[in-house]
Design a binder for this molecule. Sequence first.
Ligand code: CUA
Length: 173
Amino acid sequence: MNWRKLRTFLLTLLVLSLIPATRYYQIDVPLVGFLRGSQIDPLTLHLAGEFVESNLGTEQDADGSVTVRMIAEQYLFIPHCIVVPAGVPVHLRVTSADAVHSLAINGTNYKVEVLPGSIAEAQLQFPQPGEYAMPCREFCGAGHYAMRSRLQVVARDQFPVLRAGERGNCAPQ
Ligand code: CUA
């Protein structure tokens, strides 16, 4: 091997090693999917199944509790404003369309790690009405620090009555 070939080889190696250095927050994605067994395909979740757009937001359950479904993706949460009633169990279901994110609710201990390929679940309950910021707490790329949603907890009798199949949120339509 002559020096020129060696130099080309080393430069190529250097350039290739820069790719994971700038995208390292996505490297664990295929690995996580492999280890946990994929429950949901991040590439098609917008198109069919539980996380289609019309199924996102707050759903009224028959027993008075609510279920909230959200998608985390670079660099936003959908919907970007969630409304839930105070004093009832809130079942949170979130999945990611791309990298690993973490949905935190400021001022509470609630924090959910959101991985592509699986559904993160949490049981929440808020005794009082209030408003909370929900920022992403896992570095997920250039827009990470702007990635946030909002949670509005309203008094139970102020929570809009949702008809069967209807989903609520407080994001401007
Ligand atoms: Cu999403 Cu940080």
